[in-house]
Design a protein around this ligand. Structure first.
Ligand SMILES: Nc1ncnc2c1ncn2[C@@H]1O[C@H](COP(=O)(O)OP(=O)(O)OP(=O)(O)O)[C@@H](O)[C@H]1O
Ligand SMILES: [Mg+2]
Length: 492
């Protein structure tokens, strides 16, 4: 790709960017949120027409007319946002658009689809039932299905746009072994990720974009995490674990949960959250951390247990109840639960507070702009205007809008479920700073995170879960990765 230029209304997304890919290599494309990575890949697959520049594919000038054309030519993409049909089965999702065989007007029968899907899974060593409805799978499993769909085509180029954001460590290992297999067969892969450790593990070269501009390309073995981050953000960022808790022993308990049971994944969970505290929830995927959060937020029903907010027992039957008690929840699955992609930045940001912006039946749009604008600045949300539709923002910036939403609601108890997933290193440290400011101002945070360095860096105290139960609780001063893993794998 040579000298690629692309503008959207108000945004110069790509400014003469160059990029090349060899057969059989894994080439990382990195950069901060909004740097232009996804746009570059959408140009390559014919989703967005480029304004200028040239693409050469197998030595020939190439002008993809749409993603279907690109796919027929052997270029497939797995998008950052899941792109599948919840109500269809796994097999139907894999064969969608390919039901008829070679123009003979014949449809691949349901049975054949299931059989071929099963073969694919067996070949890739995956255990997913082809007849299961997609919507019943975890986000991680859905992502694996999307990956299998892409590799089921005969590809020369595969683009993976943040494929691991929702995957468990075991699923990431699976993905990487699939990728190594593809590479050995000559497939070139473009790998977009914000996780530096993955880039070191799986890629051969790294290309960095910043603000729509090409910064440079390095061989992975000849560069370092520090150099890449420096190229991305133009400064060096240090991440150090917290040494001791910032919360006094006698701080007020703002949330007390006793013997909480909900569904199969939350069993007799008890804990306390103090004012000004960041309580880390550690554990492996499927430990029941999200389910615990959802029960407290009223998104899932509670079977038994007591929840007290500031010393008073409360009844929470719906998210509305939780919000009225000052609890805000930033979901890990933001696309499904956290965001209205068809609404603007402003509309999303004031969703739970809308009424407070109406006075005598008039919407105070000036005040909305002022408040939302303040948080857009504070969180450094990259958007050309407050009216921009959320779906036009880059993935990480969408995430910051959800955070803004709960901050504007002024919730005292914030549950952040994987708050930095899909967020670039620069924005990540901004979000950490923001969380620290929040607790300093008297708010309390539960932070669910699967990244141990993040848990160790942010938490005052750490609660560890395994298979729906609390298996341990550690003060930050006594916590380390080994200790946390010991409890995280403590099966009943
Ligand atoms: N359809 C669109 N309409 C208007 N602006 C867009 C559109 N798609 C992307 N943009 C803008 O183009 C810029 C680049 O966005 P892009 O999605 O390529 O970023 P990214 O590098 O993939 O970021 P992230 O890591 O957050 O996914 C951003 O400022 C974004 O808001
Ligand atoms: Mg992107």
């Amino acid at each position: 790709m040579k000298n690629i230029d692309k503008r959207f209304a108000g945004v110069h997304a790509l400014k003469g960017v160059d990029f090349d890919l060899y057969a059989g290599e894994v080439h990382a494309l990195v950069g901060e949120n909004g740097a232009g990575k996804s746009t570059m890949m959408k140009v390559l697959t014919g989703i967005h027409p480029k304004d200028s520049g040239e693409i050469f594919y197998m030595g020939q000038l190439f002008n993809p007319s749409d993603p279907k054309h690109a796919l027929e030519m052997g270029i497939g993409i797995i998008h950052q946002e899941l792109n599948m049909m919840d109500h269809l089965t796994v097999a139907q999702n894999i064969f969608i658009g390919r039901e008829s065989t070679k123009g003979r007007g014949l449809f691949l029968s349901e049975k054949d689809q299931n059989r071929r899907t099963e073969e694919l899974f067996r070949h890739l060593n995956m255990k997913i039932d082809p007849t299961e409805r997609l919507g019943n799978l975890t986000v991680g499993k859905q992502q694996m299905v999307e990956i299998v769909r892409a590799v089921s085509h005969d590809l020369k180029v595969l683009i993976l746009d943040e494929p691991t954001a929702a995957l468990t460590n075991a699923e990431i290992d699976e993905l990487f072994s699939i990728m190594r297999d593809l590479a050995s067969r000559g497939v070139g892969m473009i790998y977009i990720s914000h996780r530096m450790d993955e880039i070191a593990r799986i890629t051969d070269r790294v290309t960095v974009l910043r603000d729509g501009e090409y910064v440079g390309t390095r061989n992975t073995t000849e560069t370092s995490k520090e150099e890449i981050i420096n190229m991305m953000v133009g400064r060096v960022i240090y991440e150090e674990p917290k040494q001791k808790s910032n919360v006094p022993q006698d701080a007020e308990v703002v949330l007390r949960v006793r013997d909480l049971n909900s569904g199969r994944m939350v069993r007799n969970v008890s804990f306390e959250l103090r004012r000004g505290e960041i309580l880390g929830f550690a554990g492996l995927m499927g430990a029941g951390r999200t389910e615990t959060a959802r029960a407290i937020f009223g998104a899932d029903s509670i079977d038994s247990g007591i929840i007290e907010v500031k010393g008073r027992p409360v009844t929470i039957r719906s998210p509305m109840d939780a919000v009225s008690h000052g609890i805000g929840y930033l979901s890990e699955d933001r696309k499904r639960y956290g965001l209205a992609l068809g609404l603007s930045v402003s509309e999303n940001a004031i969703l739970p507070t809308y009424e407070s912006f109406v006075k005598n039946l008039f919407v105070q749009s000036g005040r909305i702009d002022r408040v939302v604008g303040e948080y857009v600045d504070k969180l450094n949300i990259k958007t050309p205007s407050l009216e921009q539709l959320l779906k036009n923002l880059s993935g990480g910036n969408q995430q910051k809008v959800v955070i803004a939403k709960w901050l504007i609601r002024n919730s005292d108890i914030l549950i952040f479920d994987e708050p930095t997933r899909g967020i670039d290193v620069g924005a990540k440290s901004e979000i950490y700073t923001l969380m620290n400011e929040l607790v300093k101002s008297g708010k309390s945070i539960i932070m669910i995170s699967s990244e141990l360095p993040e848990i160790l860096r942010m938490s005052d105290r750490i609660l560890i879960m395994c298979e729906g139960r609390k298996t341990g609780e550690l003060d930050i001063s006594e916590a380390n990765q080994e200790e946390i893993m010991k409890y995280a794998t403590m099966r009943n």
